[in-house]
Design a protein around this ligand. Structure first.
Ligand code: CP
Length: 306
């Protein structure tokens, strides 16, 4: 079986079989990460360019490691040190880079739809590493991989995403992916940070953590985007923490331990208490490790299909 598209732009519309193919392919790459020599040859001779127009720690390093471990030649581009500052458009930037005969592009950009746009103007395979508030598909995939690793299946799993759902590409990719895989997805947050029509995506909406905690197996805690406070979407960080901050005390009210996830970077003691982030119920660092395997799987499946 192969992926239907030459690109990975989002999880919206991706089938259960395709998601399963990526998760299953990642298992063998995850094993390679534990070997003394972590390099395999499938992308030998291929050139991958990482176009990062927005800051990133995890995603950028993870993609670079994944590319190098598959033996690709890797070029990384940072908007701050490029001709973008001289007014060059995304289309011109991409077409100039492609003229240097590259095979795959990984793009992170603040504009929703930027990876779709890129896929229409270049011949290379395009992978979306986060486009504005739209999607972050490899984050959704690594979250699903981590949950499947822990629970054995995604079917029937009860997962709540807590925080700023409206502005979160991580939330959208998780919702699309998890519902396709048969999980029960809920969201929790202040009404100002939850889109009004979200139930149409098959999601249950909660506005109180104490209502959802007894109902779930895992909580995916989103970073509170500090700039949202300035736009009046929540009153203060202290108030946010009081009502929606996930703490040991709050999760202990559930009937069984809840698995804690976070895409990073964490605002410690704002959306998630530091002791819970570092506790035995947290799989946050497993998410980061699994992210390399997921990105290897995506690069492999796209880069070796003819
Ligand atoms: N999870 C995530 O996208 O983190 P970075 O912004 O550091 O890449």
């Amino acid at each position: 079986m192969k992926l239907k598209s030459r690109h990975l732009l989002g999880l919206d519309g991706m089938s259960r079989e395709e998601i399963t193919l990526i998760l299953d392919t990642a298992i063998s790459f995850r094993e390679i990460l534990d070997r003394p020599i972590k390099k395999v040859p499938p992308l030998q001779g291929k050139t991958v360019v990482n176009l990062f127009f927005e800051s990133s720690t995890r995603t950028r390093i993870s993609f670079e490691l994944a590319e190098r471990r598959l033996s690709a030649d890797v070029v990384s581009f940072s908007a701050a040190a490029s001709s973008v500052g001289k007014g060059e458009t995304l289309k011109d930037t991409a077409r100039n880079i492609e003229a240097m005969k590259i095979d795959m592009v990984v793009i992170r950009h603040a504009a929703a739809g930027s990876s779709h746009f890129l896929s229409r103007v270049v011949d290379a395979n395009v992978i979306n590493a986060g486009d504005g508030g739209h999607e972050h598909p490899t984050q959704g995939l690594l979250d699903m991989y981590t949950l499947r690793e822990k629970f054995g299946t995604l079917e029937g799993l009860r997962v709540c995403i807590v925080g700023d759902i409206t502005h979160s590409r991580v939330a959208r990719s998780n919702i699309f992916g998890l519902t396709t895989m048969g999980a029960h997805v809920s969201v929790c947050g202040p009404a100002t940070l939850i889109p009004r029509d979200l139930e149409q995506l098959g999601v249950t909406v909660y506005h109180k953590l104490e209502d959802v905690i007894p109902e779930i197996d895992a909580l995916n805690v989103l970073r509170i985007q500090l700039e949202r406070q300035k736009s009046g979407l929540f009153p203060s960080l202290r108030e946010y923490h009081r009502f929606f901050g996930v703490t040991k005390e709050k999760v202990s009210k559930g009937p069984k331990p809840i698995t804690i996830m976070h895409p990073g970077p964490i605002n410690r003691d704002v959306e998630l208490s530091a002791d819970l982030a570092d506790s035995e119920h947290s799989v946050i660092l497993q998410q980061v490790t699994n992210g390399v395997a997921i990105r290897m799987a995506v690069l492999y499946l796209l880069g070796t299909s003819t």
